[in-house]
Design a protein around this ligand. Structure first.
Ligand code: SF4
Length: 367
């Protein structure tokens, strides 16, 4: 597999209540453009042609993403995804992103319930999100997805199910439904701490199960714990990362895995821009070199989260350093199979509907 390219745009119009991603809301347009040009310089200097490109954030569509993408024109990537916020999905923005080579859009809608959107601190209503998604499709994004968050405190089952149905009515090629995670340092975390409540984890699982039923009957296939797609529209970038490919993360706060090296570009947009403008390497944090076995494990086992599944013997054939782990792994996986959490096709184990709910704990047993 070739290397995948991820670009992080750490700018947002406002900070959502649940979000702990590195992003800033105080950057003016001039700085956001300097940042995009800094990304372009870095991308120009790459010594590989990326197999997939993923512009995430933050809010790429608020960040002059087309300026960052200029050097990627004609690079031959098999997929080029851009995350968009409904507030930015205008015909002009869609045209700019398509012109710079993007061929896949991922829109963070999160909910189709206006009271939930307000509580989340989202800058759009459900009607605006639906209109924005239609704009993307009309302007030429033939591959577009919708992201939702399951398990928002106080959101009832009826509201959630209505939201999933409204998403399906918009005919996206891809739907993600992530269970809400309580992240330290967010407004949600502070509110929960004050009330002494916890996010309703069991409810989130019920909501995801309800989404799965609706999406499956509408022709979507659950190909990963939180992701559904019409056949042929799975996110290739994410699949390649789960299959163990190298990825380079460009931009402040982005993570990279290149060979045995792992690092995070420092979450400091000014430092990133200064470095790029002076032709220096952006500063790194959390840099480490993995041992051969640790590297191989981290590139193989996450396929257990997918419908394609994890095949310990095939993994060991690809990476002989894992040969000594096969018997132990098969023992763990067969236990989960007996418990009805995993199904086996050939040598590959993949989650059953119940298994999707607990796959992370099965994974913990493999590490
Ligand atoms: S959820 Fe998205 S739009 Fe909201 S603050 Fe986080 S990165 Fe920005």
């Amino acid at each position: 597999m070739q290397t995948q390219l991820y670009v992080h745009f750490p700018f947002c119009r406002s900070k959502c209540a649940y979000c702990a991603l590195f992003s800033r809301t105080d950057a003016d347009a001039a700085f956001r453009l300097r940042y995009a040009k800094a990304v372009a310089r870095l991308v120009e200097s790459l010594d590989f042609a990326p197999e997939t490109i993923y512009f995430g954030g933050g809010t790429p569509s608020f960040s002059f993403a087309e300026a960052a993408a200029a050097p990627l024109a004609g690079c031959g990537a098999r997929e080029f995804t851009v995350e968009l916020n409904p507030a930015d999905a205008t015909p002009a923005e869609a045209a700019r992103l398509l012109a710079c080579g993007a061929d896949r859009a991922s829109m963070g809608v999160q909910s189709f319930d206006d009271s939930v959107l307000r509580a989340m601190g989202r800058a759009h209503t459900a009607a605006q999100a639906a209109a924005a998604f239609r704009t993307l499709k009309r302007e030429g994004f033939a591959n577009a997805g919708i992201d939702l968050i399951a398990g928002w405190p106080g959101q009832g089952a009826e509201s959630w199910i209505d939201g999933v149905k409204r998403a399906i009515d918009l005919e996206p090629q891809h739907v993600s439904a992530y269970s809400l995670i309580r992240e330290a340092g967010t407004r949600l975390d502070a509110a929960l701490a004050e009330s002494g409540a916890e996010p309703p984890a069991a409810e989130a699982l019920d909501r995801v199960a309800a989404a799965d039923a609706l999406l499956s009957s509408a022709g979507y296939v659950r190909y990963e714990v939180s992701n559904w797609a019409k056949p042929g529209f799975e996110c290739l970038h994410n699949m390649n990362v789960w299959r163990g490919a190298d990825y380079l993360g460009a931009g402040a706060g982005a993570f990279s895995r290149m060979g045995a090296l792992r690092w995070r570009t420092a979450p400091d947009a000014e430092a990133f821009v200064r470095a790029a403008e002076s032709g220096a390497e952006p500063p790194r944090t959390e840099e480490e070199t993995c041992g051969a076995e640790e590297d191989a494990v981290s590139r193989e086992i996450f396929m257990l989260r997918t419908r394609e599944g994890f095949d310990p013997r095939a993994a060991a054939r690809r990476r002989p350093v894992l040969a000594g782990r096969v018997a132990e792994w098969e023992g763990v996986l067969e236990n989960s199979e007996r418990a009805g959490l995993l199904a086996r096709r050939g040598g590959a184990f993949s989650p059953t509907p119940r298994g999707f709910e607990v796959v992370d704990s099965i994974l913990a047993g493999l590490v």
